[in-house]
Design a protein around this ligand. Structure first.
Ligand code: ZN
Length: 88
């Protein structure tokens, strides 16, 4: 077995790796500072991503609220447009 791939590291962090896979990763990490460092960096990246997606999630909530207010006027605008087309 060579070095641990990023996919395997991702699964290891997600906890979706099999028991045997986790054991192999742990064993490899204890013998390979290079992969241990890579895993640390990947973990950090994921934490940043998690924080970022949390922020985006909050923004999405705000957007949805303001959009639901404006969407009514938009819908009525388009309804009027359609009505005119139907009559023509
Ligand atoms: Zn390695």
């Amino acid at each position: 077995m060579g070095h641990i791939s990023e996919i395997e590291m991702g699964r290891y962090l997600d906890g979706t790796l099999s028991m045997l896979g986790r054991m192999m990763v742990k064993h490899h990490l204890s013998n390979c500072p290079k992969c241990a460092k890579e895993l640390e960096e990947l973990k950090k990246d994921r934490d940043d991503l998690k924080m970022l997606s949390g922020l985006i999630g909050e923004l999405d909530d705000a957007d949805t609220k303001s959009f639901s207010v404006t969407s009514e006027s938009v819908t009525s605008y388009f309804n009027t447009e359609n009505k005119e087309e139907d009559e023509t």
